[in-house]
Write a protein that binds this ligand. Structure first.
Ligand SMILES: *Cc1c(COP(=O)(O)O)cnc(C)c1O
Length: 404
């Protein structure tokens, strides 16, 4: 049984009042709240167990190294990767994608090659490829989505060619909520000899990820969106591909033998974790993923899908409100505009009601423009969201209407 009211008790911040109102937190898509188990584990480490990893020959360092590596094994389980050696800890998904661009891309891409992305990418999966294109001279192709935000197979497939070396796509749009068919896309990419990178920042929050089933070559996500701390992200990569890549950054912890003349590097994942890592954050992320797995990813998806249906109906009933992104296959992301009210003013009024939403271009400026707007409001759901949250959002939107 998925008892959301019990689950909410695990999240201290949700018990707080905001502007004297219940905390109606509908910005989990930007960053999710943290359960008490994550907060207290991290605090415990700093209180009793802290030291650096992979170095010391004393108890605390051995213990924390074990915990850090145990977190890696938790991520392996969360993604169903074959081996924990395929799990690289980064700072966030942005760094994970930049790592692929810098280490795999710079080695493997050249003039005449193509990298294929979609219109629905977050800046984190657009700008690194633009920069690298300008440096290396390959071509960056962008396939279209439908006006309602749906994925269109033909648009994708027609842009795959013998020159495509990499397909880098979001698994779930942070603006439209659209879920992309990553498994089918990866199979198609492989038929053309290309690799596939999935940006699973949003997808991994709401769905079970199985990298072996998806057969993606790289997958990135951020700890702070999966109920873990900031400052920690994950890059999954198939081992042979990671092993073929040069380091991303260099320095301590990632080297094998160093002389004044020459250096050899560690095997993955250590090769890609230069310097002191985000130790406590990695362990916190492990706790967050264990928390999600204990609830059951399928249960989280089912709970949220019910809310998606409920919110779609309720929001469609608000006079003058237009939903942006109404694909059939979508998750808990609701972008919208309201007739005659600037999104910024809307957020201001909602805030007074204790309702937190985000406004702007959501780090996907070309996508928001492509949908026909400069700025949109966005409400996003998490595993702790309720129908009451949606009701309070709708009430606040109706109140906002009376001011204009
Ligand atoms: C949040 C997000 C990112 C970037 O994540 P960071 O944690 O800011 O690095 C990339 N892609 C999508 C789809 C996102 O939602």
């Amino acid at each position: 049984m998925y008892d959301v009211n019990e689950i909410r008790k695990d999240f201290p911040v949700l018990q707080e009042l905001v502007n004297g109102k219940p905390n109606t937190f509908l910005d989990s898509g930007a960053s999710a709240q943290k359960p008490r188990c994550v907060i207290s584990r991290m605090s415990d480490i700093y209180t009793r167990e802290y030291s650096n990893v992979h170095r010391g020959s004393y108890l605390l360092s051995e213990q924390i190294t074990w915990d850090y590596e145990a977190a890696r094994r938790t991520v392996r389980k969360f993604l169903n990767a074959k081996s924990e050696k395929e799990i690289v800890f980064t700072r966030n998904a942005t760094e994970s994608i930049n790592l692929v661009a810098a280490a795999w891309g710079r080695k493997n891409l050249k003039k005449g090659d193509e990298v294929l992305i979609s219109e629905a990418e977050h800046h984190a999966n657009l700008v690194p490829w633009q920069m690298l294109r300008d440096e290396l001279g390959f071509s960056l192709k962008i396939f279209k989505i439908a006006d309602d935000g749906s994925f269109v197979w033909e648009e994708f497939a027609e842009n795959l060619t013998a020159n495509t070396k990499l397909v880098a796509v979001t698994a779930m749009s942070n603006v439209l909520g659209t879920v992309f068919p990553i498994k089918k896309m990866a199979a198609a990419a492989h038929r053309h000899g290309a690799l596939l990178l999935a940006d699973a920042c949003q997808f991994a929050v709401h769905h079970k990820v199985d990298v072996q089933d998806l057969d993606c070559d790289f997958l990135a996500f951020s700890g702070h969106k999966t109920y873990g701390p900031t400052g920690i992200g994950v890059l999954y990569g198939k081992y042979d591909i990671l092993a073929s890549m040069p380091p991303y950054q260099t320095g301590g912890d990632m080297v094998d033998r160093v002389t004044y003349e020459h250096t050899t590097f560690e095997e993955p994942p250590a090769r890609f974790e230069a310097g002191t890592p985000a130790i406590v954050e990695a362990i916190g992320l492990g706790v967050a993923l264990e928390y999600m797995m204990a609830l059951g990813l399928e249960n989280i998806t089912a709970h949220e899908q019910e809310l998606v249906k409920y919110a779609s109906e309720k929001l469609s009933g608000v006079p003058g409100l237009k939903l942006i992104g109404t694909a059939k296959d979508k998750g808990g992301v609701f972008s919208f505009v309201m007739d005659g009210i600037h999104p910024q003013d809307l957020a201001f009024i909602l805030n007074k009601e204790g309702v937190a939403i985000r406004v702007g271009h959501h780090c996907a400026e070309p996508l928001v423009h492509r949908m026909g707007y400069e700025s949109v409001a966005r409400a996003t759901l998490g595993l702790y969201s309720t129908k009451e949250d949606i009701d309070r959002l709708v009430a606040a939107l109706n109140k906002a209407r009376t001011f204009f």
